[in-house]
Design a protein around this ligand. Structure first.
Ligand SMILES: Cc1ncc(COP(=O)(O)O)c(C=O)c1O
Ligand SMILES: N[C@@H](CCOP(=O)(O)O)C(=O)O
Length: 463
């Protein structure tokens, strides 16, 4: 399979080269030239497969000849061996046809582990085969960082640099990153917000001359196609358990960088019967405004109780635009050329987007109330991001006949401050292996929001 850029002006790449590249050279994101499609019969045959085998079936068509079946199976096996639940992604029913898909049983307690433990194993395999050493650079609003560090810290061929917004992630999230003291792990606390971190990463991919010894950058954010691909699997897994392909299933997805819900959109394009895909946002609601009012104007970022979704520039929206504009890279490049002017979609394109997605915005007050309400109704404890997905689903759901699956993107123990607002006396213990998190030594470098200073720090660390 070949992968092409959403801006149509970069060379097409193989799967392995796509994984080891960040942004395309024209500034676009890589997507498959064509999507694999599964027939109803083929999907029906997947019912009952365990998570790892299902992952193999979904991922294999993207990989082509770049990995043998045994190599791919080995990568999947190792990626999910650190998950603490035998189902990997268990479903819990919380109301009539309302389900929570628990995606927080990986080592760092968020859905990012699904793709990043896989990606760490994939990097390790490909880099050893090529005998190449690379520099991984990523931006995080709190969860990608620890999952990427966990996935890469044992890779001999990787040095990893993660930028997080200083004082804008929860203490648990920060410590999950900064207490990993391996020689190849570097945490940068940037005096800015997540968008500043992400801009810095993208600018670094565009000009990598600051790196010593001809080394190159590799991406762990969802600009990396493999991130999205691995996330498609759990949509199939959940839907199959709830009766697909005979039954249609709906999903509500707490959304920030548009990676997770884009994976759901792809699952539908690949043949999974999904009706509603709900974009659930916090007060940083650019995606909801875009779908509901064609208002794509950036506003100052709000520091919310769901900090991982405090994002204004959603990278993966570009991949959707590419499809909406008939896969015309020039049209996407033109649309995104002037990022200072608010983007305006034409009515036909907006109409298509509205057919594909519902959207809803949930503020901090309703987030807290939802955590409290679901705890009273079902004795179920939500993290603030998942609460946004549950509330949005309840507001925009078209039918209670079809299952609605709310993606639970993080464990509530990562956000004790938000949970305490809803349930002040409730204790949420961290898993046993993280019990001493608050006693562990931390290491990070606080840097101003200045590209040159970040590059100088990286170049010195890599000497
Ligand atoms: C806990 C949590 N929920 C939801 C999201 C939103 O996911 P996405 O960025 O893929 O839209 C993120 C990160 O972005 C997250 O960390
Ligand atoms: N919420 C994310 C933000 C980065 O998104 P990504 O999916 O592109 O890595 C985080 O937790 O860092």
């Amino acid at each position: 399979m070949k992968f092409i850029s959403t801006r149509g002006r970069a060379p097409s790449l193989s799967f392995a080269d796509t994984v080891l590249t960040g942004l395309a050279s024209d500034g676009g994101l890589y997507v498959p030239e064509s999507l694999p499609k599964f027939s109803c019969e083929e999907i029906a045959e997947m019912a009952g497969l365990d998570y790892r085998e299902l992952a193999f079936r979904i991922i294999q068509p993207f990989v082509g000849d770049d990995l043998s079946d045994d190599e791919l199976r080995g990568i999947i096996e190792r990626a999910y061996s650190s998950f603490r639940h035998s189902a990997i992604a268990p479903l819990v029913q919380t109301d009539s046809n309302e389900w929570i898909l628990e995606l927080f049983h990986g080592p760092t307690l968020a859905f990012k582990d699904f793709a990043l433990q896989f990606l760490g194993q994939l990097f390790d395999h490909l880099l050893k085969k090529r005998d190449e050493r690379v520099v991984v650079m990523g931006a995080t609003s709190g969860d990608t960082g620890s999952a990427a560090i966990e996935g890469c810290r044992h890779c001999d061929n990787i040095d990893i640099f993660i930028l997080h917004p200083h004082n804008r992630v929860s203490e648990v999230q920060r410590r999950q990153m900064t207490t990993v003291l391996s020689d190849n792990v570097f945490n940068i606390a940037l005096e800015g917000n997540f968008d500043d971190c992400q801009n810095m990463v993208k600018a670094s991919f565009a000009d990598q001359s600051f790196l010593p010894d001809g080394r190159r950058l590799v991406a762990v954010n969802s600009i990396n196609w493999a991130r999205i691909m691995a996330q498609i699997v759990y949509y199939f897994y959940a839907a199959l358990r709830l009766g697909a392909p005979q039954k249609t299933v709906n999903f509500s997805v707490p959304t920030g960088n548009f990676g997770d819900i884009f994976a759901g959109y792809l699952a539908r394009q690949m043949g999974l019967p999904i009706d509603q895909l709900v974009i659930a946002t916090n007060a940083n609601d650019i995606l909801h405004r875009c779908i509901s009012d064609n208002d794509h104007s950036p506003k100052p970022l709000v520091h919310s109780l769901s900090p991982s979704m405090d994002i204004m520039v959603s990278s993966n929206f570009e991949r959707l635009l590419f499809d909406l504009y008939g896969r015309d890279g020039n049209a996407v490049a033109e649309l995104l050329a002037d990022r200072s002017a608010p983007m305006q979609l034409d009515e036909a394109i907006l109409g298509k987007a509205r057919e594909l997605f519902s959207s809803y915005r949930v503020d901090d007050t309703r987030t807290v109330e939802t955590i409290r309400e679901l705890h009273e109704q079902a004795e179920y404890l939500l993290d603030p991001h998942t609460a946004i997905g549950v509330e949005a689903a309840r507001r925009v759901r078209k039918s209670t006949e079809q299952p609605m699956v709310c993606l639970s993107t993080a464990h509530p123990a990562k956000f004790p401050e938000a949970v305490a607002r809803a349930l002040p006396t409730h204790e949420i213990p961290l898993p046993a292996y993280m019990q001493d998190l608050f006693q562990r030594e931390e290491r990070m470098k606080v840097l101003p929001n200045d590209l040159q200073q970040v590059h100088d720090f990286m170049a010195t660390a890599l000497k």
